[in-house]
Design a protein around this ligand. Sequence first.
Ligand code: 13P
Ligand code: SF4
Length: 305
Amino acid sequence: MTIREMQDEIIRLKKEKDICILVHAYVGHDIWEVADFVGDSYGLSKQAAAAPQKNVLMCGVRFMAETCKILSPEKRVYLSHSDAGCPMAEQIGKKVIEEFKKKNPDTTVVAYINTTADLKTVCDVCVTSSSALQIVNNIENKDILFIPDMNLGGWIREKCPDKNIKLMQGGCPTHALISKTNVERLKAIHPDALLLVHPECRKEVVDLADYVGSTTGIMDFAKKSDAKEFIIGTENSIVQHLQMECLDKRFYELSKECVCRNMKLTTLADVYNMVKYGECEEIIMDEETRLAAKKPLDKMLELGG
Ligand code: 13P
Ligand code: SF4
């Protein structure tokens, strides 16, 4: 079977079996082409709730599938590959936050959406990379703990000087691979290119960027911009998607190493096996956990518009 034949069969079967396929921007382009919706974690979590289909296949990582289940309990939600976790989502345990809240009862705990459902149950508000700034600004409380990404949290702290934002040790191991040296090297080769980066990158990289934003933010910026060349400082699938969609522009990887191993676990064959034979892990969550984890997500949707 060719890739094209497999894609055609997936598109036919997903309609027949009432399956909505959601694909994160870090997943490969062959899977991107069979999606009902593509995008960043905020966009996908909203799409999952609004989708009319009874079944949702999340091609991404576990916290994204959990988010779908939390927002759409009546749907059957599947994760494209059982081993696809996000290392950052598991860096801070629930007990640490429970202890923190005991000692700091007046601090609002803001959790990046890249957290487990279990950790969300003890947090006050969730944010994504695209909504974090707006949401933190909209929180009435000045005292905030931002977890787990120190880079995103530090960037928000700079942008919101009126807030007292504490951070804990945590971050994305993939984006941590990009350094200022990568920027200097690429800028020397492509001096006219704009540098677009994800806020999970280190401060030394973010400080040099022409644009900082979520995966969807980066893609929208590049598509709308009059510039012709872009250096992309986030997971390298974004470069592939952009290059396929904007043939008149050039896109360069800031670092060859910026590949999220977990996002790359899902193959087109996994998607095919799910829609054809139902071979896929279903997300099962007890109602107590779901309801408690839903509170910070509801707050996110309320404060983020
Ligand atoms: P987005 O919210 O931009 O989709 O990012 C998710 C993520 O995992 C980035 O590493
Ligand atoms: Fe997690 Fe980083 Fe992969 Fe995003 S790129 S899913 S934050 S490990």
